[in-house]
Design a protein around this ligand. Structure first.
Ligand SMILES: Cc1cc2nc3c(=O)[nH]c(=O)nc-3n(C[C@H](O)[C@H](O)[C@H](O)COP(=O)(O)O)c2cc1C
Length: 335
């Protein structure tokens, strides 16, 4: 990446400045672990994983502690060897839902490691923001509408992730245009846009709308470093937006899933019954092995994914497209 673009980053917290590409690799249940996060950060974008992905066996030391040690050490080594292209900071996702019985323990581990960026989902809580701030970190809270966005900032989040229609996993229903426009009418802090960003042109569109960063998950499922079985990666490559279905059946919250995986599980993706939020349980997601393990989440942007590649190559591709799209538009404006 040539770093030839310049932007005014003075509004942004230090943790979010100087990325080689304005993109965050979003946290994905099961899929994101240290291999993917390290590859994303080394390639110049923020990499992230859900704390809940680090699961040790009964009686063993917390795996989250070991993962964070490894990530910090590998990124430090990279930075010493590559002072001219340092790694981007990493982020840890906390599911702030009453069924997440590990939350307090995981927060303590993240404070100990001075995690620089905390991504909170499914609940905004003052204590989590305070914990992040106590170790010099910032929090980004994900929201699907303007009401939740206001609540998150009231409770002390530093930035917002607008999860629009078409995002993989638990997604919103609003157009990204509407969501970003409403949030930007009162909020000038860090704003990320989530949902179907899988090309550089889409990333530029997010920036043009007023978001500071794109937030992309599904494209990274089809990378070598993703913790997903080969058939899942291939289904991402083979699918388009028409192969995605929005349903609350599997977790109790509406999300986007690959129709092919639902067919493979013996159901008709075009005739699914509904579910309700009381079905949500993050304390023991294994109770419903079908959700996430065999019913595969993915967003509507999968049509732009044609190959399983190393994460660095995907990031390079999106970066090249981003700069190309920027130059094309700048030329129209005489830039
Ligand atoms: C398989 C899968 C699992 C996900 N798991 C989580 C999660 O554990 N926590 C979270 O905050 N978001 C999760 N997400 C949502 C992503 O963080 C992000 O909002 C979404 O992937 C962005 O849309 P895209 O997939 O179209 O790029 C998940 C998404 C997918 C596809």
């Amino acid at each position: 990446m040539d770093g030839t673009w310049t932007r005014d980053e003075t509004r942004l917290p230090a943790q979010l400045r100087g990325l080689r590409l304005p993109l965050v690799g979003s946290p994905m249940f099961i899929i994101s672990g240290p291999d993917l996060v390290i590859a994303q950060c080394k390639a110049g974008i923020v990499g992230s994983f859900p704390a809940l992905n680090a699961r040790e066996g009964a009686g063993e030391a917390p795996l989250l502690d070991a993962w964070l040690t490894r990530i910090r050490e590998e990124l430090d080594r990279h930075n010493q060897a590559n002072p001219d292209s340092p790694a981007a900071p990493y982020a840890v996702n906390q599911i702030v839902h009453r069924s997440n019985t590990r939350l307090e323990r995981d927060i303590d581990i993240c404070v100990k490691h001075e995690v620089p960026i905390w991504i909170t989902s499914l609940g905004a809580r003052v204590e989590v923001n305070e914990a992040a701030h106590s170790c010099g970190g910032i929090t980004l809270h994900d929201v699907i509408n303007n009401t939740f966005a206001k609540k998150a900032i009231e409770k002390g989040a530093d930035g917002l992730i607008a999860v629009a229609a078409g995002a993989g996993g638990h997604a919103g229903m609003q157009s990204p245009l509407a969501l970003v426009q409403e949030i930007r009418s009162w909020f000038d802090g860090p704003l990320l846009l989530s949902g179907a960003i899988a090309s550089g042109a889409s990333l530029l569109a997010a920036r043009a709308m007023g978001a500071d960063f794109g937030y992309a998950g599904s494209p990274f499922i089809a990378t070598e470093e993703a913790n997903a079985e080969a058939a899942y990666k291939q289904m991402i490559v083979d699918s388009t937006a028409e192969d995605i279905v929005y349903s609350s059946l599997f977790t109790g919250v509406h999300g986007n899933y690959l129709k092919g995986s639902i067919r493979n599980a013996g159901m008709d993706p075009d005739n699914l019954p509904g579910s309700d939020p009381s079905a949500m349980d993050f304390g023991n997601r294994d109770k419903k092995p079908k959700a996430w393990k065999s019913i595969w989440g993915a967003g509507q942007g999968v049509g732009a994914i044609d190959d399983v590649v190393p994460a660095a190559r995907l990031i390079q591709r999106i970066g090249d497209e981003y700069r190309q799209a920027g130059r094309r538009l700048a030329a129209e404006f005489g830039g």
